[in-house]
Design a protein around this ligand. Structure first.
Ligand code: TXA
Ligand code: MG
Length: 321
């Protein structure tokens, strides 16, 4: 059910969960000082308690409420890239519940760049919010997606289409005397280049480390999954690759797949439309009882596509490479 922002603020104050817009994806929010509300996030999403939530702030002074300390480099990233699609894993403030961090000593913190999200946080203090989808499913980038996901059972603030379209870059920073380790827990629209620029006023060497699935409890192999199976081509479509696919899939599906193509793609534009387009293709494929076939573009293996590769590889059931 779509609610005005004033009503949403009141519902949060009363300990309800509310879906809120951010520039990345919609989040399912609750106040961090209400444990029952935090529990409702997990039950509404059917999310396991081992997967920690990130906490959203709306000004820099709230940092002292959520973290005990912040390193010089993490602080530079915050100052230069917030508000924006960046989550920093920081030493948690003692008042932050273990339920939020899944028992970890660190908490994920983000300052979103969306006026309505900021308004709700200004009213209610920091809000915990994972993406507003059932666990393991595709993240929502429109209010209607959240309505469909929870069948109208969750109050939603409609903030329009999410401008970035995929979830934030999640980083953990290790500040050492002679270098800075930047651990990429989850790739996102801020890549190595933006991070280097943001850190350029400190003179230490920067090392990027991909954490793989170990450091982020929520980064499971299967994630972001649409309702119909998604198959990635891995290389441009040719009659031969098509035969190959048919050979592999014809036993299971009697109907040809729904083809998903990106016209003149740039990573930013694809990211903005990714989940809405994935949902649209999934509805079509489910109707004909078949799968979605995505022909990945040339350059898909380049760094600029890292975040989209991560999402699509996890969303797909089968890759033909
Ligand atoms: O863009 C976003 O980040 C969106 C919007 C709503 O802000 N939120 C989001 O939350 O994507 P969620 O819960 O769907 O993904 C957060 C990821 C999960 O994989 C979680 O495991 C990881 O961040 N994470 C959260 N806290 C962590 C922590 N303390 N240590 C390591 N990983 C953490
Ligand atoms: Mg999520």
């Amino acid at each position: 059910m779509i609610v005005p922002v004033r009503e949403a603020s009141h519902l949060l104050q009363q300990g309800q969960v509310v879906a809120i817009p951010t520039e990345t994806v919609y989040g399912l929010a609750a106040r961090i000082d209400n444990i029952d509300a935090i529990k409702k996030i997990f039950s509404t999403k059917a999310r396991p308690f081992f997967d920690p939530l990130i906490v959203h702030i709306s000004n820099f002074s709230q940092l002292t409420q959520v973290t005990e300390s912040i390193s010089e480099s993490a602080n530079l990233l915050a100052k230069n890239l917030w508000p924006g699609p960046l989550t920093l894993i920081l030493k948690k403030h003692h008042s932050i519940s273990d339920l939020i961090t899944a028992g970890l000593p660190d908490v994920g913190v983000r300052f979103p760049k969306h006026a309505l999200a900021q308004e709700l946080i200004n009213d209610n203090g920091p809000l915990a919010a994972p993406s507003a989808n059932k666990f393991g499913k595709t993240s929502p980038t429109q209010a209607q997606h959240v309505e469909n996901e929870f069948q109208g059972q969750v109050a939603v603030v409609d903030g329009g289409n999410c401008n970035v379209g995929i979830e934030s870059t999640v980083l953990k920073i290790e500040e050492l005397p002679d270098k800075v380790n930047v651990i990429i827990v989850r790739p996102g629209s801020y890549g190595e280049q933006e991070i280097r620029v943001a850190l350029s006023s400190q003179k230490k060497e920067i090392h990027f480390i991909r954490s793989g699935s170990l450091a982020a409890p929520g980064q499971l192999e299967n994630h972001y999954q649409p309702d119909a199976p998604l198959v990635l081509s891995g290389s441009p479509w040719t009659p031969k690759t098509h035969q190959n696919i048919e050979h592999q899939l014809q036993k299971k599906y009697s109907t040809p797949p729904v083809f998903w193509k990106w016209e003149a793609p740039s990573p930013e534009l694809v990211a903005r439309r990714l989940y809405a387009s994935m949902r649209e293709h999934s509805v079509l494929a489910a109707k004909s009882n078949t799968y979605i076939y995505l022909e990945t573009p040339l350059g898909f293996q380049d760094k600029a596509w890292e975040a989209l590769r991560d999402r699509l590889n996890k969303a797909s059931s089968l890759s033909l490479d």
